[in-house]
Design a protein around this ligand. Structure first.
Ligand SMILES: Cc1cc2nc3c(=O)[nH]c(=O)nc-3n(C[C@H](O)[C@H](O)[C@H](O)COP(=O)(O)O)c2cc1C
Length: 171
């Protein structure tokens, strides 16, 4: 049994946004390492990644990866992705529908390269050409809490104009 979530959907959405920001900032917590799913010609492909930063107001987050990894070419061919988060401490799952793209702004990439420091850069053989920043913009959340009875599930979708719509849903 975990603390029941708020009854108000706006309060809940704000809380989920804060949890995402905190998970990225605190460098710990289960929501920092979700599963990223991409589409390939052979079907879906899924892997664990680290969420490096979250801007909840912009509905955006960042992932760092190796430019040569399969996910990069998969996203270039089809930007539609899903992120799946699970936190056993709070009993919350978050399924995120999103689009991803490689960041091209050299200043932003240079900033992130500096920020990961020597240990992070070593993962890329200290070659900044191998370091790629993915920007992921979400358009929908499917949130589920199983910490008590009844379970709670809510969906949040963002219109192209950025307006958020929310509903409780079941099962
Ligand atoms: C805890 C954990 C964190 C990971 N973080 C990242 C990450 O931030 N970026 C990344 O590209 N791969 C990360 N990986 C490795 C990926 O899961 C995957 O093996 C790798 O990126 C190759 O995937 P791809 O060939 O489908 O592109 C992580 C793996 C684990 C287990």
């Amino acid at each position: 049994m975990t603390a029941p979530p708020p009854d108000d959907l706006d309060t809940l959405a704000d809380r989920i946004g804060r949890q995402l920001v905190d998970a990225a900032d605190r460098r710990q917590g289960a929501w920092r390492t979700p599963v990223l799913s991409t589409l390939t010609p052979d079907g879906p492909s899924a892997r664990v990644i680290v969420v490096r930063s979250v801007d909840a107001d912009a509905c955006a987050l960042e992932i760092f990866t190796d430019a040569r990894s399969a996910k990069v070419s998969e996203i270039a061919a089809d930007p539609r992705v899903a992120l799946t988060f699970w936190d056993p401490q709070t009993s919350e799952q978050l399924r995120m529908t999103a689009e991803a793209k490689a960041v091209t702004d050299p200043a932003r990439i240079a900033d992130r390269w500096q920020a990961i420091g020597a240990a992070g850069q070593a993962l890329y053989d200290r070659d900044p050409g191998r370091f790629l920043v993915l920007e992921v913009e979400w358009t929908a959340w499917d949130w589920l809490w199983i910490g008590g009875e009844p379970h709670r599930r809510a969906t949040f979708t963002w219109t192209p104009q950025g307006r958020r719509e929310a509903a409780w849903t079941a099962p």
